[in-house]
Design a protein around this ligand. Structure first.
Ligand SMILES: N[C@@H](CCC[C@H](N)C(=O)O)C(=O)O
Length: 276
């Protein structure tokens, strides 16, 4: 079978986009891992499989798979690429698109300048909803593993995140501590681990070790999670520029009970086909 796909990226967080509205596709976990391989496959951080809507009030549903083949609930940079992809494929001509993922419904808006704004929904802080093992909800938690001790905030943006404030992000121990805390026993579904440097109340630098993908050039849900945690800790204001290794996102959050809004670019790289 020949599988048609597009390669896209959001600030260097790269995706294999598959139209499963007009193609009949089923991929096993092993096939996804093989396609994700950067030496022997197409290479990507996540695969997005776009499907017809499950809910008649929405335009589409899409599934998200990490490079390790695991299916996950949410992907911020992927959401922006999805919006551009369905228009480029002629699957819709709308500028406001309603879609569901495993974590629920989100709305996307294609702006006049081509950037995409995503209403990412209301962040969840209750430990059971992240999921995170804790007796009660706190602003910060101490996590220990091996010789490492971290003070972090935890939040779900549809997917689980821990956010650690560091003095200098370029030298932060992302590669060492990321994989250790991704698998920490208090995250039963594993977690994405963000390292945030606060430059000012409206400007941060962020690196994210992504669950199932390793460190990426950008993580949209990670940027939202960092702004939520930074605001709750009184370090950030409502509108924040988040500088990631691959570029910048603009995040807005009006506080608890409100949705997080993310604006940023989404780029098409090439269209391809591969024999399965
Ligand atoms: N890169 C994404 C997040 C993708 C999923 C994540 N690795 C997880 O396992 O939750 C983003 O831009 O949000």
């Amino acid at each position: 079978m020949l599988l048609h796909f597009s390669k896209m990226h959001g600030l260097g967080n790269d995706f294999m986009m598959v139209d499963a509205v007009s193609q009949n596709v089923f991929l096993t976990k092993e096939q996804i891992k093989a396609l994700a391989n950067r030496n022997t496959g197409i290479g990507f951080d996540q695969l997005l499989m776009v499907e017809p809507p499950y809910d008649p009030e929405l335009d589409f549903h899409y599934r998200i798979f990490n490079a390790d083949g695991t299916e996950v609930e949410q992907c911020g940079n992927g959401a922006r690429c999805f919006a551009k992809f369905v228009r480029a494929r002629g699957l819709t001509n709308k500028h406001k698109i309603g879609v569901s993922t495993q974590s629920g419904k989100i709305t996307l808006y294609i702006e006049a300048d081509g950037q995409v704004t995503v209403n990412m929904g209301i962040p969840q802080l209750e430990p059971a909803r992240i999921p995170f093992k804790a007796q009660k909800q706190e602003l910060t938690y101490i996590l220990r593993a091996e010789e490492h001790t971290l003070l972090c905030g935890v939040v779900s943006m549809g997917n689980p995140h821990a956010v650690i404030i560091v003095d200098e992000v370029t030298t932060a121990a992302v590669i060492v501590q990321g994989p250790i805390f991704e698998l920490h026993e208090r995250f039963p579904e594993r977690a994405n681990i963000g390292f945030m440097q606060v430059l000012s109340p409206s400007h941060i630098k962020l690196r994210v070790w992504e669950r199932g993908a390793g460190e990426t050039l950008a993580c949209g849900t990670g940027a939202c999670a960092a702004v939520v945690i930074g605001q709750l800790q009184n370090k950030l204001q409502q509108q924040v520029q988040v500088d990631l290794p691959g570029g910048s996102l603009h995040i807005r959050w009006n506080g608890p009970g409100h949705p997080v809004k993310m604006t940023g670019p989404a780029e098409h790289v090439y269209d391809g086909q591969i024999a399965l």
